[in-house]
Write a new protein. Structure first.
Lengths: 399, 335
């Protein structure tokens, strides 16, 4: 009698153990790994003294913060997000690196490279179950004639940036512009975008001059050049000087050195961008704090853009649990994709060129000035589509 | 012995006085609406504005800690709890003396809080730390810290106090927490940037707002499945400005008020059908709201216009705006 009770107890205990094991197994889904690769070139070594040099971890630091956030969510959904960082060595072809990342299981690729390198990566991984996020290149042609069906653009295009500035100027009724254009290819493209934005929003480019005095921001104390530069803006009739100097070689030399007392904007002065260290509205202060704790520096636009890309992957793979990279990409183009990214409205992608719709911040070095789209600029779809190339004007034909 | 009061007369007189004052109080109740006290936290001013619900006039402004947001009243209305996020604490205010009696150790950056129906413990969302802190308000002691998603904010407690729901703004989930074990028992995906969770008084339904998604998710509390997702359309208001934040549900569950942020509107949802029936224009960036205990009035905080709107619940009309401090955020109404 006694022994049979004991046997029964032992059996029940064994069953209990078995039961609890199965329950645990059911409650905790198998952890699935989502690998995200990131390719970028190391920034050139800064000059001996640079007060705001491009940090070596630019972009990567933003992606790392987003990976951590995705993993907090992943703990509830049974997903683990891994960042495969691939900083390119001197002369290393990015397309090869991209192929290796995909072979290693990374179906989502963040790319912070110039336009031609980005196209190279996109074409190299075409036909694979992979999608590419452009986190750095602002070129309008990447969203136009050179668009690729597997590239999502997180970085705002030049047209979006200059449209944001133009809306602000139209709002202020500062209608006459003086364009100061640097010698580099990107500077000319920025100036072209500004010209287009001026036409779009009823501004006038009264004067346009090319900057011929070299990188005066870096080579201070060259007095003959300075003397010429000081009279460079004389005789022009304008409300605001707009500089096109993407490398930051001379733009910061212009404010307070114009002949007439005029404000300066563009790539320096009042700058349109995706992110700014002083932006704190709509919960942004939390992201700024998280980033600062993790990276020991302020968040820059490229960091934010990488953060957005990784969060977009997190959002798509959470909402659509069985999605591969291409499925996730299709989902991101759907009506139900809303990305919260501390800009006050949901961000989404434009299906005609895969550009991320986003408000653009206008900031001076230490303060936020405005956020575009400005009030009163209307659009039948969303005010966000007043920035950049709209559907009827796109030159993008998928191939 | 003409005027000498015996012990018995004294006792009788006392009893009569008590009865008379009780009768007076009853009279007061029927003659005009009972005067309630409305408390509004002003995020940018570091103050709490106090309004009399009868006269609808500001009667007092209290200085509190930095960045007051979430605000709650103890069971009998004697103690007011205010999250002071930038001071990493929760101030406890004695509503009789209107003074801060102590500061609770809430963990970092408390934003929203909710009390157990019994008045203790207090559940706090620590926005910067991905956790919910459970606090014993009497002993000022942390009982538990529960890891949740990124940027926890909304906190709803079931009427029986058994289930706590926390929403996380960047994870986009409603986390169902067992208040006995402090364990998460379920997670439900909701719209982008969920801000607030509220159970109906019968405990059967849960409403979760999503600010960036522009939706309200109605969850069946028993099965923890999404029953319906509400969205809002207002003629002349662009869809991106429609950002649901706070909710207020009548005790009978028939009317659900949803504060729509920069749309400057309050939506009224029929609690039986979960269909939107009406929109009311209120102040700018309407955030949270609270009923008077008799549910005759609803008071909304309007962050950008620095005022509160008073809605007559029966006629569904906005009857008054009252200027308060800068960035009014939370509101509670007590006796």
């Amino acid at each position: 009698m006694g022994s049979s009770v004991a046997t029964f107890r032992a059996a029940a205990a064994a069953a209990g153990v078995f039961l609890s094991l199965t329950i645990v197994a059911a409650a905790e889904p198998a952890i699935r790994e989502v690998r995200i690769g990131m390719i970028a070139r190391k920034p050139p070594p800064p000059p001996t003294f640079s007060f705001d040099a491009v940090p070596e971890d630019e972009g990567f630091a933003g992606a790392r913060v987003a990976i951590k956030e995705n993993n907090t969510t992943g703990a509830f959904t049974g997903r683990r997000y891994v960042l495969d960082e691939a900083p390119l060595k001197e002369g290393e072809p990015p397309a090869e690196t991209a192929r290796k990342l995909i072979e290693g299981g990374a179906g989502f690729l963040l790319v912070n490279l110039p336009a031609d390198d980005l196209i190279g990566v996109a074409d190299a991984v075409r036909g694979r179950d992979a999608i590419v996020f452009n986190v750095g290149a602002p070129d309008d042609r990447l969203r136009g004639a050179d668009c690729r069906a597997n590239v999502f653009h997180i970085a705002p295009s030049r047209a979006m940036l200059t449209d944001a500035l133009a809306q602000f100027l139209a709002f202020k009724r500062w209608r006459k512009l003086f364009l100061i254009v640097g010698p580099k290819a990107g500077d000319k493209l920025y100036a072209e975008a500004m010209q287009r934005s001026a036409r779009k929003f009823g501004l006038a480019v009264g004067a346009e001059k090319t900057w011929e005095f070299g990188p005066l921001v870096q080579t201070k104390g060259d007095s003959p050049a300075q003397a010429d530069a000081l009279v460079f803006t004389r005789g022009a009739d304008y409300d605001m000087a707009v500089v096109a100097d993407e490398a930051g070689d001379f733009g910061d030399y212009i404010p307070y050195r114009t002949w007439d007392p005029r404000p300066v904007g563009g790539t320096q002065g009042l700058v349109p961008s995706s992110w700014h260290a002083t932006h704190e509205a709509w919960g942004a202060a939390q992201l700024q704090n998280r980033f600062r704790r993790a990276a020991q520096r302020v968040m820059r636009p490229i960091d934010y853009q990488a953060w957005v890309a990784v969060r977009a992957v997190g959002e798509a793979t959470t909402r659509l649990p069985d999605a591969g990279p291409k499925d996730a990409g299709r989902f991101m183009l759907g009506e139900s994709f809303d990305l919260a990214a501390f800009k006050g409205v949901a961000l989404s992608f434009r299906p005609w060129d895969l550009q991320l719709r986003q408000p653009i911040l206008l900031a001076q070095p230490r303060a936020l000035v405005s956020v575009a789209p400005e009030a009163g600029f209307l659009h039948q779809r969303t005010p966000l589509d007043t920035l950049g190339f709209d559907q009827p004007e796109t030159a993008c034909r998928w191939r | 012995m003409p005027m000498a009061l015996t012990e018995r007369t004294v006792r009788w007189l006392r009893r009569a006085a008590v009865a008379a004052s009780a009768a007076l109080a009853l009279l007061g109740l029927t003659a005009s609406a009972l005067a309630y006290t409305i408390y509004v936290s002003n995020e940018k001013d570091n103050t709490v504005t106090i309004i009399d619900s009868n006269t609808l006039q500001v009667t007092n402004t209290l200085k509190v800690g930095r960045r007051p947001r979430g605000i709650a009243l103890g069971k009998d209305g004697k103690l007011l709890y205010v999250c002071v996020g930038d001071d990493d604490g929760i101030e406890v205010i004695d509503t009789a003396s209107m003074s801060v009696v102590r500061t609770l150790r809430s963990g970092p950056d408390p934003e929203l809080l909710t009390l157990h129906p019994s008045g203790n413990p207090l559940y706090v969302a620590n926005e910067d730390d991905n956790q919910v802190t459970v606090l014993d308000v009497e002993q000022n002691r942390v009982i538990a810290e529960i890891p949740v998603g990124v940027e926890p904010e909304g906190m709803g407690i079931s009427p029986d106090g058994k289930l706590l729901v926390n929403t996380s703004e960047t994870t986009n989930m409603a986390h169902f927490i067992d208040t006995a074990t402090y364990k998460i028992i379920d997670n439900v995906l909701v719209g982008a940037r969920p801000r607030y969770a509220e159970f109906t008084a019968d405990g059967k339904k849960l409403y979760v707002t999503a600010e960036v998604g522009g939706t309200v998710t109605v969850i069946d509390a028993a099965t923890r499945k999404v029953a319906k997702t509400l969205s809002f359309k207002i003629p002349g208001v662009n869809p991106e400005a429609i950002q649901p934040v706070g909710t207020a549900i009548t005790k009978d569950g028939k009317k659900v008020f949803v504060m729509l942020g920069p749309a400057n509107r309050v939506a009224i949802v029929n609690g039986d059908t979960d269909e939107v029936e009406k929109y009311l224009l209120v102040g700018q960036r309407v955030w949270h709201a609270a009923f008077t205990p008799d549910e005759k009035l609803l008071v909304t905080t309007n962050g950008s216009s620095n005022d509160v709107s008073v809605i007559d619940v029966e006629s569904l009309k906005v009857v008054k705006s009252i200027g308060v401090g800068r960035y009014p955020w939370g509101v509670v109404v007590g006796p």
